[in-house]
Design a binder for this molecule. Sequence first.
Ligand code: ADP
Ligand code: MG
Length: 239
Amino acid sequence: MSGIFLTGVSKRFGDVVAVDALDLSLRGGESLVVLGPSGSGKSTLLRIIAGLETPDAGEIRIGGVLQNGLPPHRRDVAIVFQHFALYPHLSALDNITLGLRHGLRLGRQEAARRAAEVAERLAITELLHRLPRQMSGGQRQRVALARALARQAGVVLLDEPLSGLDAQLRLTLRAEIAGVLRGTGATTVHVTHDQNDAMAMADRIAVIREGRLEQLGSPDDLYRQPDSLFVAGFIGSPP
Ligand code: ADP
Ligand code: MG
């Protein structure tokens, strides 16, 4: 299984330190939620793990293998972006298979077979020939999730996958995502600013603030024993 080890990972944009000397380790199959306010470096952290952003310092290891310098398609990582990031002119099927064919270099048949299999799991088989604009927000997010899962990666990264969806749909999708991910056995890093999503979905929660790790622990630990007022306020612990 693919454990993730980050040591001293930093990234700045001009004067802004987005990720600041971050150390994190996840055991294989673990589900970590990174919780922090807007601008705390969550997306940057995921993009660094995915290879979409180059860190200024630090090491990223997955399953013991150093990832620094490897392009995204050479990493055993799939990412679900915050705003779905589906290609508007491609059907759901083509959105799912594009990266399989061009990134993973699978043949047309194998890519289609994997797409059909994940579509079945996420109950989107009926949607495979629709364009993104012909789908609801929840349907688009399922397609984005299917695209990530079809890679069959050992690590799945989710960037605020429930943001922008209404409250009812959030609850439904939260349970669906948790169930589907558990079934894959993948190691997952899910970033969010929503403490309810974090409490519901995490094995452990890492609270970050301005790119630094503020506290790491089980949802229960963080709720009962917050190390700081920032964590208490953010998690909603009783005073
Ligand atoms: P979050 O996902 O937690 O909202 P981000 O990782 O998107 O936070 O951003 C962290 C900080 O880095 C913010 O101050 C943001 O403005 C800055 N930042 C992120 N990406 C870029 C970029 N490509 N260029 C300049 N600044 C950026
Ligand atoms: Mg973000």
